[in-house]
Design a binder for this molecule. Structure first.
Ligand code: AMP
Ligand code: MG
Length: 381
């Protein structure tokens, strides 16, 4: 049986990076940057006041200052201040000359056209180039366009970053027992949880997701998985039951089956197939298994296609309670707190109630974990 680490290695070695395209900032979030973004100018580009207040020469210790003008944000009023002169200045406005400091409004006493300044020597200026100099790398290759990165790119005027093209993903939920979430299940039926789960997982990652729900019979399944895309995910039917047709259907559709079981709990019946550049995953239908396989394996394939790191970021933390081991390594729903990771109660791999509270998956080796041990986990949302 393939181990988790072996599958990560396989994906890292075999999944190829997709082409890059220029995308508008509005379409780039969640995607991976493919060229470094340099600062086209110093950041800030000019000395800017960090507060609302009065700007005076640092060397000027006059007891009181004459307010000669006002500089609002966006204005450019360069002039050499004289002794005893102050200008009112707004947060973000350009400082009028060199050798200045700004005294915040709260430390100033205004008296007509004059002002007395109580608290001196604090500067309160964001100096030109203090964040970055012209030519500095602001964002490195491989970084995801997060909210913070998007703001920085906008500041630098990089409005069409080079990112990996959007990956196309088809998720097909199979099973005679599943009905759409909006339907009232009849006796013996259940609502499809996995389609909603995969949708919520895929959208913030910038994936172009198409979804379908079909019976597990071969003709329906084959029809549903027709066509070409980067990733095909089939929910359910990946095990060895008489109606488990995923492996057969993938093979029939031309996928070479590379893995048919992984030594992981939950989620053993994972099928991994390749057809040219496109990859297929048969994922167990149990929602928790589905969730674990998405985060461990599908995420790794997505990252390799995008040009990010193809192994999930595994961190270490002290575990708050003991978890028994199993011959297969276990990835256990948990809550990652600042100093500890807390395993959640988990009855079966169909248990969604603990999953809804989890923000991490704790890696439990076959030997188990004692309370106070350090163990590995990944973030999983
Ligand atoms: P399977 O992987 O098809 O053997 O299904 C394993 C278990 O997961 C069974 O109890 C199924 O009823 C359940 N299951 C399969 N697909 C879904 C789904 N989309 N949503 C919720 N439960 C599912
Ligand atoms: Mg089934």
């Amino acid at each position: 049986m393939t181990t988790v680490d072996e599958l990560w290695v396989l994906l890292r070695k075999s999944v190829t990076m997709r082409d890059s395209v220029r995308a508008s900032l509005a379409e780039a979030d969640g995607r991976v940057l493919r060229e470094p973004v340099m600062s086209p100018q110093d950041q800030p580009a000019f000395d800017r006041s960090a507060v609302d207040g009065f700007v005076v020469l640092s060397s000027d210790d006059s007891p009181s200052f004459r307010v000669v003008d006002e500089i609002r944000a966006g204005q450019w009023k360069q002039r050499k201040l004289g002794r005893g002169e102050a200008m009112k200045i707004a947060t973000g406005a350009a400082v009028p000359c060199e050798g200045c400091e700004v005294v915040m409004l709260e430390d100033a006493v205004e008296d007509g056209a004059a002002v007395r300044l109580k608290q001196r020597g604090r500067g309160n200026i964001r100096l030109r180039g203090e964040d970055a100099s012209t030519g500095d790398i602001l964002v490195a290759v491989g970084r995801k366009i997060s909210a913070g990165v998007a703001g920085l790119l906008a500041t630098a005027g990089c409005t069409s970053p080079l990112v990996t093209r959007r990956l196309s993903v088809l998720h097909v939920a199979t099973g005679g027992e599943i009905v759409p979430p909006e339907a009232e299940p009849e006796a013996g039926q259940i609502r499809d949880a996995n389609s909603a789960m995969v949708g919520a997982w895929a959208r913030p990652r910038g994936l172009q997701l198409t979804q379908a729900r079909v019976s597990e019979d071969m003709p329906a399944l084959l029809r549903a998985i027709e066509g070409e895309r980067d990733l095909l995910l089939v929910s359910g039917g990946s095990s060895v039951g008489g109606h488990d047709n995923t492996a057969k259907a993938l093979a029939e559709a031309g996928f070479e089956i590379l893995v048919s079981q992984v030594a992981v709990r939950p989620g053993r019946p994972v099928i991994v197939g390749r057809r040219g550049d496109s990859w297929a995953f048969g994922l167990p239908g149990n929602p928790l298994s589905h969730f674990v396989c998405l985060h461990l394996f599908v995420a790794a394939a997505v990252a390799a296609m995008e040009g990010g790191s193809p192994r999930p970021r595994v961190r270490n933390r002290i575990v708050a309670a003991a978890v028994a081991g199993n011959p297969r390594e276990t990835w256990w729903p948990a809550i990652a707190e600042s100093r500890m990771i807390r395993p959640l109660r988990w009855r079966s791999s169909g248990d969604l109630t603990s999953l809804a509270r989890a923000d991490a998956l704790l890696r439990v080796p076959p030997s188990g974990i004692a309370a106070g041990d350090e163990a590995e986990f990944i973030r999983a949302l």
